[in-house]
Design a protein around this ligand. Structure first.
Ligand code: NAD
Length: 256
């Protein structure tokens, strides 16, 4: 067991953050970089490249690979490119890509259903599998999936998102069961109500906003920075005996 001063050091570690250019992903990439890890972001379009360049200017070792992860071949290709960019190995995988579609259940289009499940659950599963195959022979690795409050609640008008995030929580436990004894830690972070683009419509609706704040014991929306501590903890040696946990970062919301 390492000295507790080193429990949050990721010096020499190599990380892949899928969705690392998104609102929450960006904070987690910065946190891993600040803790000493080399990071490769997998992101759609040029967003990843732009964010990696900005962090490289701050002296961090951050690369990027572009991919549309709704395409299965691109998931595999992007993982291989990211590992290559990291010099052939990966210690930490963070799955932080995701998307939301809102319609009433009786009107929910099948295309939207398929897209949400593909990106939020199937791509995440495949990145876990590909990372696991690299980590198992080395007997160590940290996989961190981003779940949601909708891993616990069903919500309204978001059946595909709720199904996908419920799936992320269950998948995290299934992977942890098989891989814990082989030295891997698979866990999830479940962010609460975060002040991001995904929730823009609610944040900007004074009625809904007040309703939600009323239910959050911390009386504020979460921010990307609120995930920095927990992601470094789950990526480092301090969490070596934590397996299959779904850790809420929600200002107390789940306790209500
Ligand atoms: N914002 C919240 O309140 C909140 C709460 C709980 C959980 N989450 C989860 O946290 C994660 C990050 O969310 P966020 O708020 O940063 O959202 P975001 O939209 O800012 O980031 C999500 C990222 O996923 C990427 N993505 C989506 N579809 C993709 C595709 N086909 N190919 C490649 N990349 C794709 C987007 O480009 C984006 O960069 C998601 O899994 C989301 O479900 C968010």
């Amino acid at each position: 067991m390492s000295d507790s001063k080193n429990m949050f050091s990721l010096a020499g570690k190599k990380a892949i953050v899928v969705g690392g250019a998104g609102d929450l992903g960006r904070s987690m990439v910065a946190a891993l970089g600040e803790a000493g890890a080399q990071v490769v972001i997998i992101a759609r379009g040029e967003k990843g490249e732009r964010y990696a360049a900005a962090l490289e200017e701050r002296g961090f070792d951050i690369g990027s690979v572009a991919a549309d992860i709704s395409e299965r071949a691109q998931v595999d290709r992007s993982f291989d490119s990211a590992v290559e960019r990291l010099g052939g190995s990966v210690d930490i995988l963070v799955n932080a890509a995701g998307l939301q579609r809102r319609h009433r259940c009786e009107e929910f289009p099948m295309d939207d259903w398929a897209m949400v499940l593909e990106v939020n659950l199937t791509a995440l599963w495949r990145y876990c599998q590909l990372a696991g195959r690299r980590m198992i022979p080395r007997g160590s690795g940290k996989i961190i999936n981003i779940a949601s409050m909708l891993s616990f609640f069903g919500g309204y008008t978001v059946p595909a998102y709720a199904a996908s995030k419920g799936g992320v929580a269950q998948l995290t436990k299934a992977l942890a069961n098989e891989w814990a004894a082989r030295g891997l830690n698979v866990n999830a972070i479940a962010p609460g109500y975060m002040d991001t683009k995904m929730n823009e419509n609610i944040v900007n609706d004074p009625g809904r906003n007040a309703e939600i704040l009323e239910r959050i014991p911390a009386r504020r929306w979460g921010r990307g920075e609120d995930l920095k501590g927990v992601v470094v903890f789950l990526a480092g040696p301090g969490s070596d005996y934590i397996n299959g946990a779904i850790i809420p970062v929600d200002g107390g919301y789940l306790g209500r």
